[in-house]
Design a protein around this ligand. Structure first.
Ligand code: 6GU
Length: 227
């Protein structure tokens, strides 16, 4: 898979060199390119934003640098992702879908967002997804893009060492994960649930399922279709 990111803060993406994703990158399983939007400005001040038509607070990113930057990156195989608090919710299902795409381009906007015509223009040519992490506001798309790259990247075959560990995680089966324990069996007066020491695998599986349902009902009843 290839991932390209366009941003006015390329330095944000330095962390993509560390941990599992960094290893996958070094091994060539995922190629990631980070591109400075300002390389596509042509004025002395390298301007990327301007005041909104119709008035209002904040600044809007001008379409021309985006057009130049994205034209240099996209092919008809590209999925363009625009992180935005006004987008569709980014979920584990969305991450799975994106992990099957050959080329993702993230357009990280700042300020009040990118001129809408950029999204309209590329939507006529390629798949464009406006995606939000959740119902809160970040200063820009960079941190959101990083979260999405990590969530998608770890689903690409060869990135996570043991693929089975992916199947038992929160959200893969629509439920929150069961609690995990390791040694010692007793710590500061807290005991590991005895069933986990019983060696009865059927009973352990049933207990874990019960814990998943219990936890989901308490913490995320919306996942069970209850509000
Ligand atoms: Cl994708 N972008 C911004 N700016 N804020 C967000 C977000 C994205 N998701 C949640 N909040």
């Amino acid at each position: 898979m290839r991932v390209d990111v366009v941003t006015i803060f390329p330095d944000f993406f330095g962390v993509l060199d560390v941990s599992l994703l960094g290893k996958a990158r070094a091994a060539g399983v995922i190629e990631i390119g980070v591109h400075d939007l300002r390389a596509h400005t042509h004025d002395r001040h390298r301007t990327v934003d301007d005041t909104p038509y119709g008035g209002g607070a904040g600044m809007v990113m001008r379409p021309e640098p985006w057009g130049e930057a994205l034209d240099a990156l996209i092919t008809d195989q590209t999925t363009l992702i625009v992180p935005s608090p006004a987008g569709h919710r980014f979920t584990q299902l969305a991450a799975r879908e994106l992990a099957g795409k050959p080329h993702l381009v993230f357009a990280c906007g700042r300020y009040e967002g990118i001129d809408q015509r950029v999204i309209d223009h590329y939507s006529e040519r390629i798949e464009v997804r406006e995606l939000s992490l959740g119902d809160y506001v970040l200063n820009g798309g960079e941190v959101a893009a990083m979260a999405m790259i990590e969530a998608v990247g770890r689903l690409v075959p060869g990135v996570v060492g043991n693929p089975q560990s992916l199947d038992e995680e929160s959200h893969e089966d629509g439920l929150l994960e069961y609690p995990s324990y390791t040694k010692p069996a007793s710590w500061r007066g807290h005991e590991v649930p005895p069933i986990l020491l019983s060696g009865n695998h059927a009973a352990i599986t049933a207990w874990r399922r019960e814990q998943q349902l219990d936890r989901t009902a308490r913490i995320r009843p919306d996942l069970l279709g209850e509000q």
